[in-house]
Design a protein around this ligand. Sequence first.
Ligand code: SF4
Ligand code: SF3
Length: 571
Amino acid sequence: MSMFCYQCQEAAKGKGCSVKGVCGKNEEVAKLQDLLIYTLKGVSEIVIKGKLNPAELGDVNHEVLKSMFMTITNANFDAVAFEKEIKKMLTLRNNLRDMVDAANKKGSPNFFQKLLGLKKEQSGKTIAVADLHNAAKFEVSSKAEMLKKAATVGVLATENEDVRSLRELIIYGLKGLAAYAEHALNLGKEDDTVYAFIYEALAATLNDTLSADDLVALTLKTGQFGVTAMALLDEANTSKYGHPEITEVNIGVKKNPAILISGHDLTDLEQLLEQTKGTGIDVYTHSEMLPAHYYPGFKKYDNFVGNYGNAWWKQIEEFESFNGPILFTTNCIVPPKSDEVRSRIFTTGASGHPGCVHIEADANGKKDFSKIIELAKRLKAPTEIETGKIVGGFAHEQVFALADKVVDAVKSGAIKKFFVMAGCDGRMKSRDYYTEFAQNIPADTVILTAGCAKYRYNKLQLGDIGGIPRVLDAGQCNDSYSLALIALKLKEVFELNDINDLPIAYNIAWYEQKAVIVLLALLHLGVKNIHLGPTLPAFLSPNVANVLIETFGIAGIGTVDNDIAAFMDAV
Ligand code: SF4
Ligand code: SF3
């Protein structure tokens, strides 16, 4: 087997990609990702065993977030970027290891303090190198050596399938968590307890003495920190750009040449809007960037004109007809099929693709998008593929503002049930289920959504209930946090003891690892009976799946009619 990856919903044959990823990830990139994760485990072991204080690890923390994020499905396909990142992390790892020694002997901790950009001297605990796991001390210098080493440290290196399943569940949750923490960091918000937990959990995945119960507990703790990271990001976004409000977004096109921005990072969007202001270039959102329109902070830009296209997996055709440059701030990239489209794709942050220009931030976090703007000026305006408007902006504050109306509608029976249908979209035909589900649920029910899953039903004309739209879009996948806050608020208003007594059903669609952290966060908040589809994760072993089924009532999906009947019969 040349590679093995089963981290996303589209894992080949529902088991794992072993030759090439269904996503387009090749063997080399898959292996380099495995080695990068292994290196991060080694870094974490040094932090934990050396009793280093994550609050003082500055750049190391930030680079760990970026490394984790790079390995998320569809974020980065660039082997060169992974090779560089592994080298960087190995240097940081070795410096940390030496620093722990130096801090305890009569060395020169200040040297390392400077090297690592630490706030102050670290006082750690001497680590005997012999006591460290191989992840904390292996050395590779060339790419060939990296690939050779990677072949021994991937997912399948853990033989026991239940331990492997739990370790990977934790790691995938951490990837999603790291992604959200990185977005918050880009807006200047961070939380040292999040870093401390990432180190604790990654180091734990090297520990063969932990029992399955220990790992289950760590899985739930991952969900707890998922809530922390999503709350941090929510605070970062809303304190900078205001609280999302009800907004109509144009899905047609205007006449100007334009730039399409995709992914999840709002600071990148802000910088692009600042730099395109007054240039005659319009900016459209794509896929998960759509909810940016809901923030008051972006409404002042006249050239921020609409959303183009649908969820990530339709980009091959939609980028053809967009005609202008596309900026990826994060996942989801589908490797372009033509050189022409590739020449119009730019990446930044954790994202990357060979043959596409990558734009780095300077030391102050500023990015120069002038190359994209210059290219846009030379290209045609987008070709219209649809017309009309979609409505969104139902994050927590906006829904709280409507609380009386919503509560009255529930009390009067005008709204019988809410369906939380947050998560991801994907290519599989079986996802038609979600469109049919939305079309067939009773007219007195409302969908609460977040993430790119919404594109399966956000353009259907599902109407409203007494002025409350039947699809309430809170925002990006991380804004599932808003949906949890809304549920908690309703629990309070209806004076219930258990969140599961609310008339809310959870029918979540997943694809990549951000959905894993959203799921773990909901479990941490006590939500039960979540249905997860279109298929259960390949990385859940039968025993681990059983724990989730028995403890939390997790279930898959069946037929639309049977599922709707079962959901409507429940509480
Ligand atoms: Fe396969 Fe998904 Fe892994 Fe890509 S990310 S290699 S599609 S399992
Ligand atoms: Fe979508 Fe990739 Fe997950 Fe943020 S853009 S939800 S799949």
